[in-house]
Design a binder for this molecule. Structure first.
Ligand code: ZN
Length: 338
């Protein structure tokens, strides 16, 4: 099969690789219909995370079940499925509490930018769609594997509810998905922080009511201005830098909540500042498995169209260009078709 291999920072190649096999009775092998490049894949691509040896890459996928192990009972060959970027048993106490990405048996999915991918713990990880989806729904269904579920978790963690005011820090695929989530969860006012015109337009199309282009202290001042001087009920932090995290914390009103899903790098929170902020914090890798059934319904019903975050679609064989375009910020998110 064809598979994307990261050889070294900046060196992505699509090459021939052995097809994955069932190695445990709880595994499934999925024939990938669509996969994509994640902002977090760029950490290794840029050499921020070390690349010691050539490694398969990719953790977002939708596809058709090719084969299942003998213990798999909830999905069967031929079904169209979506799964989380972290495999989970979905039955342990942590999963039942809704934190499948911290499952006691969690395994991070890798190697999804390929024609086939092995998914461990298939019963707990994969969800079949009610029917074979139309081609037009595939990009949106693919986002449920990571970015849309992550935006949803950010909104839930920030306690977005009917009538609330939400601020979304970050205009990447996750931030834009966070706008959709805030809208679906009933936010009345959604302030998207973005300085890129095409991304602003998409945020507005997804339900943002205001755009703030300023950053840092000026961005916070602008949010305060828009919220009668008090700050937002909910802040979705979808970047992960010191600046974005601090800006998020200061943009929430006392008693508000900050949901942080940007992968943190070099961020520090000052204890006293947090203490006096009265802001609630919750973050972490999103338990997207928890949201799959609901989000699949919303896509099939046409309520949400998160697939619009893909602004570049390439054949799998051109994955290297997909990485390059995202690295150079020419693309928000690249969809790959095997
Ligand atoms: Zn579990």
């Amino acid at each position: 099969m064809r598979a994307t291999i990261l050889h070294a920072p900046g060196d992505v190649r699509v090459e021939n690789a052995p097809e994955p096999k069932i190695t445990a009775p709880t595994d499934a092998v999925v024939r990938t219909v669509a996969t994509c490049v994640c902002g977090s894949d760029l950490w290794s691509y840029r050499g921020v995370l070390p690349v010691a040896e050539p490694q398969p890459i990719g953790h977002e996928y939708v596809g058709v079940v090719e084969e299942v192990g003998s213990d798999v009972s909830t999905v069967r060959p031929g079904q169209f499925v979506i799964g989380s970027f972290v495999a989970s048993d979905n039955v342990c106490p942590i999963c039942r509490a809704g934190y499948q990405t911290s499952c006691r048996h969690a395994q991070w999915v890798n190697g999804a930018q390929a024609e086939y991918v092995r998914i461990p713990l298939a019963d707990g990880t994969l969800v079949a769609t009610p029917e074979q989806p139309d081609e037009a729904l595939i990009p949106s269904l693919l986002t449920l594997s990571d970015v849309m579920g992550t935006g949803w978790y950010a909104a839930r963690a920030a306690d977005v509810g009917p009538g609330s005011t939400a601020v979304v820090v970050g205009d990447g695929a996750v931030g834009l998905s966070g706008v959709i989530a805030a809208k679906e969860l009933g936010a009345e006012r959604i302030i998207a922080m973005s300085r890129h015109e095409p991304r602003q337009r998409l945020a507005l199309a997804f339900g943002a009511t205001d755009i703030v282009t300023e950053r840092g202290a000026e961005g916070v001042a602008r949010v305060k201005e828009l919220t009668g001087g008090v700050g937002a009920d909910s802040v979705l932090e979808c970047v992960g830098t010191q600046e974005s995290m601090h800006q998020g914390l200061l943009s929430a009103r006392p008693g508000g909540n900050l949901g942080f899903v940007g992968f943190p790098h070099g961020t520090r929170i000052d204890g006293q500042e947090l203490f006096f902020s009265h802001v609630g914090l919750r973050g972490g890798p999103a338990p997207v498995r928890a949201y799959l059934p609901d989000l699949i319904d919303r896509v099939f019903d046409g309520r949400i169209d998160p697939g619009r975050v893909f602004d570049l679609t390439l054949p799998l064989d051109e994955a290297a260009e997909g990485y390059k375009a995202m690295d150079e910020r020419r693309a928000v998110k690249t969809l790959l078709r095997p």
